[in-house]
Design a protein around this ligand. Structure first.
Ligand code: NAP
Length: 235
């Protein structure tokens, strides 16, 4: 999938990693970028076409789909992290994490995949997390939602193979945005993340491992849990 002349839609485009997707898609020559935002403001995003879209609202997404008949690249970027623990955290927060991080991309894929197919296949990229592969105490709901979205990515790739849609995931540890403001560990910049992701999409990669955290999480999947989590202090 080449970005030059593509028509892209980015969810959660107002800030953080989403805003960086919008910028770099334009830099790489996308013909049009739909910047999908859930806020009601008309504040423009330079060079992009604003689209109002909440990924948890299938009716609104269906309305948006009518406006993007030229779409060739869907970037499922929108996400939330409620830091909810599974055993004693707020269950509503856990459900919200699944609504946005799993059902969100599912809603957009169901609405936009037929358009991608009609335009020759195109591509879908799901912005996931290394926490799809590695649990972290304090992010149980988020990790479960991202793991489900990782599985979704593989299923959607198989289901859309006949319409020639490339389906990829981007996996990474912390990125320097509002979402990780509380976290003091190493973070990559949104710029570097999106650059690596776009290179991966253009190279036709199904899984784009954007940093060492993602590479470790992936490589450790074949270890027993006591080995995978050995570096963590005992509770
Ligand atoms: N930052 C990290 O450390 C990190 C690490 C791994 C993966 N990720 C993933 O990267 C993606 C982008 O995160 P970020 O770091 O840019 O986070 P962020 O700065 O918190 O931005 C999140 C974006 O998602 C949007 N959003 C939230 N709920 C939405 C909904 N229901 N419908 C539509 N848009 C919604 C937000 O819109 P509003 O502006 O309206 O709130 C915002 O634009 C997420 O999928 C996240 O899980 C982030």
């Amino acid at each position: 999938m080449q970005i030059q002349d593509s028509v892209a839609l980015v969810t959660g485009a107002r800030r953080g990693i989403g805003a960086e997707w919008v910028r770099q898609l334009q830099e790489r020559g996308a013909r049009k970028v739909y910047a999908a935002v859930r806020d009601g403001s008309q504040e423009p995003i330079p060079g992009a076409e604003l689209l109002h879209l909440d990924v948890t609202d299938p009716v609104g997404i269906a309305r948006a789909a009518v406006q993007v008949s030229d779409l060739t690249l869907l970037v499922n970027n929108a996400g939330i992290a409620a830091h909810a623990r599974l055993t004693d955290g707020d269950l509503t927060a856990v459900r919200n994490e699944l609504e946005v991080n799993f059902f969100g991309p599912l809603n957009t894929v169901r609405a936009f995949a037929p358009i991608l197919g009609a335009n020759g296949g195109g591509a879908i990229v799901n912005v996931l997390s290394a926490l799809a592969w590695f649990a972290y105490d304090g992010a149980g709901g988020y990790a479960a939602a991202k793991a489900a979205a990782w599985s979704l990515t593989d299923s959607v790739r198989l289901e859309l193979r006949s319409q020639n849609t490339q389906v990829s995931s981007v996996m990474m540890g912390a990125v320097d945005t509002d979402m990780s403001a509380h976290y003091d560990g190493p973070k990559i910049s949104p710029h570097d993340l999106v650059e690596i992701a776009l290179d991966g999409i253009e190279a036709g990669r199904f899984e784009i491992l954007a940093d060492d955290t993602a590479k470790y999480a992936k490589a450790s999947l074949n270890l027993d849990p006591e080995q995978r989590y050995a570096a963590l202090p005992a509770a």
